[in-house]
Ligand binder design. Structure first.
Ligand SMILES: Cc1ncc(COP(=O)(O)O)c(C=O)c1O
Length: 451
């Protein structure tokens, strides 16, 4: 065991040391090498040290260097060193975070982390919380609580009687709501086709006057941080009237709601603390390893009603049983890395992490604009979208950058136009990395566009 784990540590350290100098995307040769992982399943197992060596030889070069400083695809956080170290320790502990009995430590780490998370996002001290795999499941978990609550108010017990014959629920989502939110709606049997889409502005935020008349069971889903533009739906304009009309207001804050932790960005997220539920990722902007998402629900009994496996939805006196709040029973101990990240950053460190990413986004956007390229969004958070002319050209620049390997950005579509999307979400990115990335993008774009 010792030799194997020391070997794994040495290999991991070599890998991490090489992140800055390697191509961000894996080479074609490295990807071709993955075929060696297959073949017939052997009758006799191989030596463990050989397996690890093979995994490193074939696997490490075939990874996307998303833990490094110049990966800007999707919205991808790096891993803080302390969060990665805590993750290794948690792997060794192999705890089942199902209950206070299966892992008193797991339950304690969740309880402490939840206190800090409620504080960051402005939720009440007794709000319910669940640690899940990511924002998709966090949306699912929160919306299960919402489904319970709005139907219970209409006299229907959805956990007992299901959705057959239940009063219909009106689900409201902005026209730019994330696909993962709609998937959560689908998984809960609420029907994506029945969702009523609300009109949005040019940044993708729901219009302040877009709320329809609300009558009967209703769930309003807001978004704090559009995956393309970083825009926030107007919480202050939408949450109070929706709640007064009896709606449940849920927020998909996968990455954007972390703006609350940074004093200079917190104005973007004002009002969201009034929501009934929140979904947020830790593997994005908190920079903990995959996979890690969090659900918060203002009134914990609704979350327990939707998720508990005990007959009564009441908590045992003073004890928070994790299994009462999550879709899963057996689970890995996600509270570990979240606790370690929050403890090591403290309030000022988290504010710095968020602020630095936003500053990097502005730096890059200014450089692109100064060079004559069109930045398509208002850069107020960490997301930048840029067009290099027509769609074909933009796609060529994206492909060129990915092949160049100096940085990695993906593509998206915005208002019918192809765009490169650049997301700043990692502690590992420095000002020098932003300069290098800008230089690489400009070099490739200029050779394509002649600008
Ligand atoms: C707004 C929003 N919601 C949900 C998701 C899905 O998150 P996850 O992949 O962690 O499930 C994302 C991912 O980028 C997102 O930006």
């Amino acid at each position: 065991m010792n030799e194997l784990l020391n070997d794994a540590t040495a290999r991991a350290l070599t890998y991490l040391d090489g992140l800055d100098s390697r191509s961000v995307a894996p080479s074609a040769e490295a990807l071709a090498g993955l075929s060696e992982l297959g073949g017939p399943w052997a009758e006799q197992g191989a030596r463990v040290e050989d397996i690890l060596a093979k995994l490193d030889r074939l696997g490490s070069p075939a990874t996307m260097a998303s833990a490094g400083p110049r990966y800007f695809g999707f919205v991808t956080g790096g891993s803080l060193p302390v969060a990665l170290a805590a993750n290794w320790l948690a792997g060794a502990w192999d705890q089942n975070a199902f209950s206070t009995t299966s892992s008193p430590l797991g339950a304690a780490l969740e309880t402490v982390s939840l206190d800090w998370l409620r504080q960051i996002f402005g939720f009440p001290k007794d709000a319910g919380g669940a640690f899940v795999t990511g924002a998709t499941m966090a949306n699912f978990t929160a919306l299960a609580a919402a489904r319970h609550a709005v139907l219970a108010r209409a006299g229907w017990d959805v956990e007992q009687d299901g959705l057959f014959g239940a009063p219909p629920i009106m689900v409201l989502v902005g026209d730019e709501g994330h696909a993962a939110m709609l998937k959560a709606v689908r998984m809960l049997g609420l029907g994506e086709g029945r969702v009523r889409r609300l009109a949005v502005d040019d940044q993708g935020a729901i219009l302040a006057d877009a709320l329809p008349a609300i009558d009967g069971p209703t769930i309003l889903c807001l978004q704090a941080g559009n995956v393309n533009s970083g825009a926030f739906d107007p919480a202050q304009a939408l949450i109070p009237p929706a709640q007064q009309a009896g709606a449940w207001v849920h927020v998909d804050g996968a990455f954007g709601i972390w703006a609350k932790a940074a004093p200079n960005r917190a104005d973007l997220a004002v009002g969201y603390e009034g929501a009934d539920s929140l979904a947020v990722d830790a593997h994005k902007w908190l920079n903990v390893p995959y996979d890690s998402g969090i659900t918060l629900v203002r009134e914990p009994s609704y979350l327990r009603a939707a998720m508990s496996i005990s007959a009564a939805y009441l908590p045992e006196a003073g004890v928070r049983e994790p299994y009462d709040y999550t879709p899963e029973c057996s689970r890995r101990m996600r509270g570990t890395e979240i606790w370690a990240a929050l403890a090591s950053l403290g309030q000022s460190g988290l504010a710095d992490l968020i602020e630095t990413c936003c500053r990097h986004a502005s730096m890059l956007a200014e450089g692109l604009t100064a060079a004559g390229f069109e930045v398509l969004n208002l850069v107020r958070l960490n997301q930048v979208m840029v067009s290099f002319g027509d769609d074909e050209r933009t796609d060529q620049v994206i492909a060129g950058l990915q092949a160049d390997g100096g940085a990695w950005c993906g593509g998206t579509h915005w208002h019918g136009k192809a765009a490169m999307r650049i997301s700043f979400s990692s502690h590992a990115t420095t000002d020098t990395d932003v300069d290098k990335t800008l230089a690489a993008i400009l070099r490739i774009a200029r050779s394509n566009t002649g600008l």
